[in-house]
Design a binder for this molecule. Structure first.
Ligand code: 8YV
Length: 312
């Protein structure tokens, strides 16, 4: 029987994707490897493909230890943890899963905003704890009429803008002004100052690292809410925690964090924050579509076919 091509899986995936990968490839689970150096010495040269998460990427060291590597198939759109220059120099293809997750990420951003403004988690806890008959129900804050500022008007940012437009005024900041019916603000501090909700939807890279710093957070102000569905690295998490603790801003709604899956105790204990565990693309439908692209890309690479969402 012909042996299957070797694929190295760098993080856990949904069962469906794992099963499909295992059917077609000889899958090695890097994240469960107890002796990585020994494993690399033995199998490193056999690996043709890597499958990884957007949040996980692949280190240059690992890439260097896989001489037969031809493709890094990312199960996501973020490529902040893959060095594209190194991949290009090595002739390693890098692919993502664009478009299929745009709606879900935008939907979650809207859900987080409403959950934060309307205190949905507090209301849920109130009912569950049986507090309703005895006490005042938690009051929320009006979403309709709020001013929304979006940082990053790419595919996801635009989908968020379109969903939020019926709620209130939309402004955005990006590297350049876009031909879209929303107000362009060329400075992030100004965008924060002029917004009730600052929504992060930008790619993570060296120029956006900790771009939401103490100055931006202060500009958002005591009535402002920060929403992050992009990457934790965009935000100076310590400055955010301080601002939440001091009331420098009103609250936050976060799907991503600086050091996932570790979330600082001071954030977890803060009731001004609504949090989800990096699930913006996490619907069954979208994960199936992402899986189709990941599996399809590795197969296409091995068969000399057309790649989807190729960056390199
Ligand atoms: C995924 C992501 O949760 O698209 C991205 O960049 O971070 C998310 O869609 C993650 O990559 C799952 O593997």
């Amino acid at each position: 029987m012909e042996s299957k091509p070797v694929l190295l899986q760098l993080c856990p995936f949904a069962a469906d994707l794992e099963q499909r990968l295992t059917r077609r490839f000889e899958v090695h689970r890097w994240f469960e490897e107890t002796d990585p150096a020994g494993w690399l010495a033995r199998y490193g040269s056999t690996v043709r493909a890597v499958a990884t998460g957007g949040h996980m990427g692949i280190s240059n060291d690992l890439m260097a230890a896989l001489p037969a590597l031809g493709i890094v198939a990312i199960n996501g759109v973020g490529f902040d943890k893959v060095d594209l220059d190194t991949a290009r120099a090595r002739g390693v293809r890098v692919t993502t899963t664009p478009d299929v997750l745009t709606d879900d990420v935008a939907d979650l951003a809207v859900g987080l905003i409403i959950a934060q403004f309307r205190a949905i988690p507090a209301g849920d806890a109130h009912v569950r704890q049986g507090a309703w008959p005895a006490g005042d129900r938690p009051l929320g804050r009006k979403v309709t009429g709020a001013r929304f500022g979006i940082f990053g008007l790419g595919r996801i940012g635009l989908a968020i803008a379109r969903r939020l437009a019926p709620f209130g005024a939309i402004a955005y900041m990006d590297q350049v002004e876009k031909p879209e019916p929303y107000r362009f603000v060329p400075s992030l501090v100004d965008l924060a100052r002029e917004s009730d909700v600052l929504i992060l939807a930008s790619a993570a890279n060296a120029s956006t690292f900790n771009i939401v710093d103490a100055e931006v957070i202060e500009a958002l102000g005591p009535d402002g809410v920060l929403v992050n569905v992009a990457r934790g690295s965009l935000v100076d998490e310590e400055a955010l925690i301080a601002a939440l603790t001091n009331g420098t801003i009103a609250g936050a709604a976060l799907d991503v964090f600086a050091r996932e899956p570790d979330v600082p105790e001071r954030l977890r204990g803060c009731d001004r924050v609504v949090m989800t565990p990096h699930i913006a693309s996490g619907t069954r439908e979208t994960r199936r579509n992402m899986a189709n692209i990941v599996v399809g890309n590795v197969e296409a690479f091995l068969d000399g076919g057309q790649l989807t969402g190729a960056l390199v």
